[in-house]
Write a protein that binds this ligand. Structure first.
Ligand code: AR6
Length: 180
């Protein structure tokens, strides 16, 4: 399923984020940037040690500080067949009253800003925060679609395609509902 937003295709697909032919994939990382499970594990496995090396360098450049929730940074994609990996940190779900919605929107927005700054024309996102971080999928889908749509409306001619890559059919259906 896809829609056009101000000249950019916003597409929803079921699949594996590491198999996408795009310019950049977004990683649902954690603040340490040192890898983990889920999407993070899959991207580091496929991209190889170069990505971790680049992440260590980013941490050094930040004086050792962790990447705050909702922020995003860009590194090499190592052996992955894409140009860049954009690492962002989604919020851990704590019931909904701890700023989770705004933090999740920030993660999408800052990832898109990174892609735009690096001139990356096609970007694939996983469903940030809805795995290990426990964000309810229905609410997360609404935040993701609304935030991407608004960004595209405000940034014409920036991207060719923004793609949400959902791991399961159920997740895809939640995002389709949010897009309709
Ligand atoms: N391709 C696409 N989607 C995937 C893939 C894949 N290869 N693998 C999992 N998903 P998660 P989070 C889906 O846990 O909730 C890590 O340990 C998954 O089904 O990857 O933001 C990090 O280091 C779910 O719908 O990310 C952090 O510590 C969605 O991707 C923490 O997990 C996100 O699940 C981040 O948790």
């Amino acid at each position: 399923m896809h829609v056009e937003v101000n000249g950019t295709t916003l597409r929803l697909v079921q699949g594996d984020i590491t198999n996408q032919r795009v310019d950049a994939v977004v990683n649902a990382a954690n603040s340490s940037l040192m890898g983990g499970g889920g999407v993070d594990g899959a991207i580091h496995r496929k991209g190889g040690p170069e990505i971790l090396e680049a992440c260590k360098k980013v941490r050094e450049e930040m004086g050792g500080a962790k990447l705050p929730t909702g922020e995003a940074v860009t590194t090499t994609a190592g052996n992955m067949p894409v140009e860049k990996v954009i690492h962002t940190v989604g919020p851990v779900w704590k019931g909904g009253d701890a700023g989770e919605y705004e933090l999740l929107a920030n993660a999408y927005r800052h990832s898109l800003e990174q892609a735009a700054e690096h001139g990356l024309k096609t970007v694939a996102f996983p469903s940030i925060s809805t795995g290990a971080y426990g964000f309810p999928i229905e609410e997360a889908a609404e935040v993701a679609i609304e935030t991407i749509r608004e960004f595209l409306e405000n940034h014409p001619d920036t991207f060719d395609e923004v793609r949400m890559v959902l791991f399961s059919v159920d997740d895809l259906q939640e995002y389709e509902r949010a897009l309709m």
